[in-house]
Design a protein around this ligand. Sequence first.
Ligand SMILES: [Fe+2]
Length: 278
Amino acid sequence: MPALASELFIDQAHEKYSAENHEAWRKLFERLTPRWHKYANDRFLSGIEELHLNPARVPRLADVNRRLKPLTGFQAKAVSGYVPAFLFFDCLRNREFPTTVTIRRSDRLDYLPEPDIFHDVAGHVPMHTDPHFAQTLVKLGECAHTAAAHGEEELASVVKGLARFFWFTIEFGLMRASNGNGLRVYGSGLLSSYGEIEHAIESPEVQRFPIQLEWVINQSFEIDHYQPLLFYVESFEHLFDLVEQLERWMKEGKLDNLAPGEPEIKESDLRSFLEGVH
Ligand SMILES: [Fe+2]
């Protein structure tokens, strides 16, 4: 397991993608496109255009970064899989996004136990073209350092709060539409799921609330089914302010005793925080 960011990144080895891999990308992109136009927020849609993602082939990260880096300084960097939590956030602080390079099977497009390149590049990276959003990710990276300043006893609770915040915003966040009419999706877990992006906006079974920080950091979640509870922000500025508030609360000890429950924080993630800053 990598302990340092310098050991984390790998070569994408783009020539190794098979015809089936490219076909999986093509099918996913084709199915999602009309839903993005219907449900995604404006910044995501312009991000997709600005990145010139090829709808038919798994993108080369080098090509993506050639367009992305001049916009916000962010880069998508290939990793082979699991990244310990502190390292992940620390990469964000450096405007590097750990990017999974494998892709799901073309005959099981809706089955996704773990992130793949479609989730990471089509779901996350278009958001990284927005300067406000990029700054929000950097701020979250800084929060990891604030978390790491806590003692071992409080750390599990603080990291849980950070993980919950990330989940209900960056992965599953909704935002008020820029025309004030209804809600749009900016969370990458929704943006990369053909079924859930529609469910998140249309289903009467989903509860959608204006985001409240105290609620979010105490709210457990499960990853293996569509989310029954989502939170919306007013704008990217609002989201950024929430991250600043989250960091303030960390420093004030308000995350030291959060409600127990999911997600369970892995020992290796905790260790990454303890070792991270040294
Ligand atoms: Fe993700």
